[in-house]
Design a protein around this ligand. Sequence first.
Ligand SMILES: [Zn+2]
Ligand SMILES: [Zn+2]
Length: 249
Amino acid sequence: MKLHFLGTGVGIPQAGRVQSGLLVEPDYSRHFLFDCGAGVLQRLFESGHSPLDIDAIVISHLHLDHVADVLPLLKSRWLCGKTTCRIIGPEGTQEWFDKMFDVYPYLQGHFDLAITEINPDIELDLGWNCKLSCAPGIHSIPSLGYRLEGEGNSLVYSADTEPCESIMELTREADVLVHECSFPLNFEVTNHTTPDMLAPFLKNIDVEKLYLTHLYPHMQGHEEEALEFLRKEFTGEVEIATDLLEIEI
Ligand SMILES: [Zn+2]
Ligand SMILES: [Zn+2]
């Protein structure tokens, strides 16, 4: 399984980090895009992929920094001759698309989207021996963390959340956890994560690698401090993701 971190930033612009996007290739031929915030379409191109490569877009929640480039991605596929796309997202995803197409009548009738609203009671078979399940995070609007099981390996993506038991339960014995870490050590915040908030939740999970993503500009200059802190608390590897970082699991 290959991971391409396309966007590791947030709603506030900063050098080197566009908004949220994580491209996963479970078997090096299929491509699932987890979230598609502003800048992710450009990063997809920069990572060596075509918009036509995406087999499914998986949306964690409907905040702009996670969906702003969804319509531009679909439009770019249309311009390249492909109008179908599988979309998976939380409750409200269908309504969001309906409203978006109301705003842009010139897009209406040009797409054949297969939209599935997922919930924690559902395990979706994505085909190609891949299964997708989810768990609710703690965020300002409903947000889902996802687990993708491929052939012999697995990934969990927390999306936007405070550290919480439901996401950690989803994470058990996964190979990689991609968890948000919006703010630095001891920053007072709710609905997002800081290293000290995350540490207690890492004690009982059996994960080899932790990648931190969704960094606010507030994290600039505090990256090493975050890594040093978490490396004392967590037995696996911890890294901070950067845009266009590729890893194999
Ligand atoms: Zn959010
Ligand atoms: Zn976000």
